[in-house]
Write a protein that binds this ligand. Sequence first.
Ligand code: 5GP
Length: 209
Amino acid sequence: MNKGLLFVLSGPSGVGKGTVCAALRTKLPELVYSVSATTRAPREGERDGVNYFFKTREQFQEMIQTDALLEYAEYVGNYYGTPRDFVEKTLSEGKDIILEIEVQGALKVKEKFPDGVFIFLMPPSLDELKSRLGGRGTESQATIDHRLSVAKDEINLLYHYDYAVVNDQIDLACKRIDSIITAEHCKRVRFLHELYNCEHDAVSAADNV
Ligand code: 5GP
């Protein structure tokens, strides 16, 4: 069976990754979503196993030690990580999966999955990002300031990504991501790979004929 494609969606805190992912879930029900583990406290309305697997620092450390995470990062004082088994199982079943993670983690995934597709969600402007972060009303001013300064550093790492999608409107952002997924499946290299079920080297050789 052909493997599914791995998509990684990053972007600064407050850019609307969660909202875009929620909209994508409705629009693209066949796309599988990876639920991360975190030591952050749940926000109002968040549910364990749905939004995140909420862990103590000890439980998270144990996941690190038992190699249960594909990647993890410390972000604004908390750990976040992607459970490995679920991602590997989903891909081996031929299904596409999307990881919504921050930049350090995305770069680690890129080392392990160079064929992954890396999408960066951009705010329309930094001013807009600042007002979205403040408007969420879930964080203290110190946390908002910290997240904004991390956001600026994250945007500087955009060049590691394959695509930049501006989140000016949720519907448009989803449409752009949907188009990227379709385009990635139509890539000549992947198409030949799937058609002949051969390795990349053989595909490249066939390309040169
Ligand atoms: P939040 O606390 O706002 O839910 O998430 C904070 C940041 O952590 C966001 O940028 C989010 O994408 C990122 N994040 C969520 N899950 C993971 C994960 O499994 N690994 C990494 N590296 N980052 C994650």
